[in-house]
Design a binder for this molecule. Structure first.
Ligand code: ADP
Length: 420
């Protein structure tokens, strides 16, 4: 089996560890491993064929050796340094290889060495409008078929996983069309009857249903905690109030957990708008009480998607004005922004994607045309396989419930065992 892995949508810490795990487990299980640069954009761009060669690129013949487990493995293609550095496209590379015009790259064991602790995604990610069209997915299918790839691991959010499942669903039809119009040979069509896919959830928001944690969420939370610790000392020194805006789109997990970790006075999240007729009164009352028992600092967390009970967004500047005007607190707003997304993955964002990447390859190898596409999750500390379509549907239902002001359903959908 030829297994390709790509990262798509918003980047998150731990994506490199996921790619590394997929590549290494694929090799251990006797597969050939590929990475796709720039998400679905790379699938559509594919590899520009090398001049005068029917081969799809300038790859040197693999060095076949044995890995530490005695498995014959393609240890080194030498693309690791080039993958790390896109400038490799244009510079004179002493190995004589370059990645210019090459988006689907065969990799070996050593090419992903040292990737575990790197932030972001080395192979790049993108939002790709083209992949939303059937023509785009047809081109992507053609590029995969040219490389003989029949298994795909996609690490991204619900949008990316939806796109992957769509490609799989349409695959037989796409292959038939490509064959009919002479783009691929009969031999290629016969060798590419099925595509199997598995999803890994890379998202700092922890917004995917049916799994407890997504790759990147623990690191983002860690970053927020560090920032809160930093803000906390200066807030205490001046007896100030800080309103801190954190990411999370329509999911309040980061905000809520940050509130716990950082000892916030008040937290606003999308799923649970304040019930009081006036949240302004409620918040001021709580903060006043905290001040009266001697607290020298005030921290209020606002999730970027926070709403009041009338579904009006709660904005940090407005919260700041309330604290200034009603409680006379010297108040500042801090928007943490992309510091939450970047940087090295914390320990758990190395463990989780490694375990899940291994499971992704195992799931691919056990997939048949009849089995559903799986998303690899974690439930109650056990790595799990969840039908991808169901998880995506439920995630979208939660967003819809929040949109419809049906917060009870949103919370129930997110956690069926939730009790007040
Ligand atoms: P995320 O994966 O983080 O949710 P997006 O929703 O932006 O991020 O999706 C990332 C990419 O996945 C899109 O740019 C597009 O290429 C692909 N994609 C998303 N939704 C679909 C869809 N319904 N059909 C096909 N491709 C999709």
């Amino acid at each position: 089996m030829r297994v390709a892995v790509l990262t798509s949508g918003g980047d998150s810490a731990g994506m490199n560890a996921a790619v590394r795990a997929v590549v290494k487990q694929a090799i251990v299980r006797g597969c050939e491993a590929y990475v796709v640069r720039e998400g679905y954009e790379g699938l559509i761009r594919g590899n520009i064929e090398a001049e005068g060669s029917s081969d799809s690129g300038a790859q040197t013949p693999p060095q076949v050796t044995r890995d530490s487990q005695g498995v014959e493995a393609n240890l080194r293609f030498g693309y690791g340094p080039l993958l790390r550095d896109w400038e490799g496209d244009s510079t004179d590379d002493p190995t004589g290889k370059n990645l210019k015009g090459r988006y689907i790259v065969k990799v070996g064991w050593d090419d992903v060495r040292g990737w575990m602790g790197e932030g972001g995604t080395i192979i790049g990610t993108a939002r790709c409008a083209g992949f939303r069209t059937i023509e785009g997915r047809m081109t992507a299918a053609h590029n995969l078929i040219k490389e003989g790839i029949n298994a795909l691991v996609v690490c991204g959010g619900d949008g990316s996983l939806t796109g992957a499942d769509k490609l799989r669903g349409e695959w037989p039809e796409l292959v038939a069309k490509l064959h009919q119009n002479g783009t691929i040979t009969e031999e290629q069509a016969n060798a590419s009857k099925h595509l199997v896919i598995v999803g890994l959830v890379g998202s700092i928001d922890n917004d995917m249903a049916m799994t407890d944690l997504t790759i990147g969420a623990p690191t983002a939370l860690h970053r927020i905690c560090e920032s809160m610790d930093n803000i906390s000392t200066t807030a205490s020194s001046h007896s100030r109030a800080f309103v801190i805006e954190v990411m999370g789109r329509y999911c309040g997990w980061l905000a809520l957990m940050a509130g716990v970790c950082g000892g916030a006075d008040f937290v606003f999240i999308p799923e649970c708008p304040p019930e009081a007729e006036s949240w302004e009164d409620q918040m001021c009352e709580v903060i006043k009480r905290h001040r009266e028992v001697g607290k020298r600092k005030t921290m209020v967390i606002v999730a970027e998607g926070a709403l009041d009970k009338n579904l009006k967004p709660i904005k940090p500047d407005y919260v700041k004005d309330i604290l200034r005007n009603r409680l006379q607190l010297d108040t500042r707003v801090t928007t943490l922004g992309h510091t939450q997304r970047g940087g090295r993955p914390c320990a758990y964002d190395r463990i989780l994607p490694t375990l899940q990447g291994v499971e992704a390859v195992n799931a691919l190898l056990e997939s048949t045309p009849e089995t559903p596409s799986y998303m690899i999750g974690i439930n109650e500390n056990k790595i799990s396989r969840i039908p991808l379509v169901e998880a995506v549907k439920q995630t979208q239902a939660i967003a819809q419930a929040i949109n419809d002001k049906d917060f009870e359903s949103a919370v129930k959908l997110r956690d069926p065992d939730f009790k007040e």
